[in-house]
Ligand binder design. Structure first.
Ligand SMILES: Nc1nc2c(ncn2[C@@H]2O[C@H](COP(=O)(O)OP(=O)(O)O[C@H]3O[C@H](CO)[C@@H](O)[C@H](O)[C@@H]3O)[C@@H](O)[C@H]2O)c(=O)[nH]1
Length: 369
């Protein structure tokens, strides 16, 4: 075990495509979306804590989710749950954690692992992360590239270049560029070329390298975070945080660190094929719950004490209540039954659920968001 390797789990995405299960007050990472008996953030902890050691796992989350995270992860030190006053996207979240870690451990290597992903082959994941840590010793930013299964438009793509022949990381390649969420036709070209991989949103790097790039690319964000990190364990914590945080720009780590580093030839990609999925929508939930890939079974029921009456039907039902749900003669249906919202859609429209959330927002139905 590399005793300088720390895991950062950013837990802040809104998960609107999994609404009304995922809400502002209880985002998707707090739910047992996959029916594993563990929420997505607990499953993330289960994967990364054995790799880095329990005392080197850090979570960055909204202030309002602090208690729920602490309750779900009883083995994390409360000082390692970094609470944000408001969402400022992944660059601020990961940057602040990296600064706080680097103050304690200047030789730290940090790896960011989303709180809401699914990985089915954990042994292979571990081997790939071991390679990533070895590659990070070069001082470059290391990312994981997943072999695309289809021309998805919900992911970023990484253009891969030559094999680097690194010690401890035999499959490492140079990453030439990132392309965030391309159009469908561009995504098809990428997949057909065989040179592109999905960006799994994992970045492994020396904290000092990551922070140097952040400082160069976005000086105001860097200096704001540096002020906060400096005051983190001091009596000035609250005052500095509330003075500086609201003014920070919302930017994703992909734009602030990964893309400029790739342009400077400083990103390494490790190919990873370990059953990765970002559990982005109900279609992916239904797929992940299939016992046999590609073979749909009847209706999958998750949560609650729901009795399910299914006749010639398939799809996925989430229910928080005791009501019986009957589905007759419908294929690939998605039903989510909560106290105040009933969502009915199909797996093929799963991406559009976020539009319902926008409509609810426009109508001022904030209590439903
Ligand atoms: N703490 C905190 N975390 C945040 C915030 N915003 C985003 N995050 C976290 O940062 C990670 C990525 O953010 P997303 O907003 O979910 O990114 P995305 O649109 O899915 O795209 C990224 O991930 C894809 C893979 O899932 C990539 O394919 C894509 O290129 C990109 O890296 C997630 O773990 C999310 O919880 C925030 O304000 N605060």
């Amino acid at each position: 075990m590399n005793t300088h390797f720390h895991a950062i789990i950013p837990a802040g995405g809104s998960g609107t495509r999994l609404w009304p299960l995922s809400r502002r007050a209880t985002p998707k990472f707090l739910h047992d979306v996959l029916g594993l008996g563990r929420s997505l953030i607990q499953a993330t902890w289960d994967r990364v804590a054995p790799i880095v050691g329990e005392d080197r796992v850090w979570v960055v989350t909204g202030e309002s989710h602090f208690d729920q995270v602490a309750e779900q992860l009883p083995h994390i030190a409360r000082a390692q749950i970094i609470a944000e006053p408001s969402p400022k996207d992944s660059a601020a979240a990961i940057g602040l954690a990296a600064m706080i870690i680097a103050r304690e451990d200047p030789d730290a290597i940090v790896g960011s692992f989303s709180a809401d992903h699914s990985i089915t082959n954990v042994d292979e994941f571990r081997l790939v992360i071991d390679q990533a840590v070895a590659a990070a010793e070069t001082g470059d930013i290391v990312t994981i590239g997943i072999m695309p299964r289809n021309p998805a438009t919900a992911y970023g793509y990484i253009e891969t270049g030559e094999l680097l022949g690194l010690d401890g990381a035999p499959t490492a390649r140079r990453a030439l560029a990132f392309a965030e969420k391309p159009e469908a036709s561009t995504a098809r070209q990428y997949v057909n070329s065989g040179r592109y991989r999905w960006n799994a949103g994992m970045f492994i790097a020396k904290a000092s390298s990551l922070l140097d790039i952040l400082a160069e690319e976005d000086p105001p964000l860097y200096s704001g975070l540096a002020r906060i990190a400096e005051a983190w364990d001091t009596p000035d914590h609250d005052e500095v945080l509330s003075a500086v945080w609201p003014g920070l720009e919302k930017r994703a780590i992909d734009y602030v660190v990964a893309e400029p580093a790739a342009a400077a030839g400083r990103v390494i990609v490790i190919p990873g094929d370990f059953g990765w999925d970002d559990v982005g929508d109900f279609d992916s939930v239904a797929r992940l719950r299939q016992p046999v890939p590609g073979e749909p079974r009847g209706v999958i029921s998750i949560g609650g004490n729901t009795d399910l009456l299914e006749v010639d039907a398939s799809g996925v039902v989430f229910s928080e209540g005791p009501r019986t749900v009957a589905i007759v003669g419908l294929e690939d249906l998605v039903v989510v039954d909560t106290d105040d919202v009933l969502l009915i859609t199909s797996r093929s429209h799963a991406q559009d659920v976020k539009k319902a959330v926008s409509v609810a927002g426009e109508r001022g139905l904030d209590e439903l968001l």
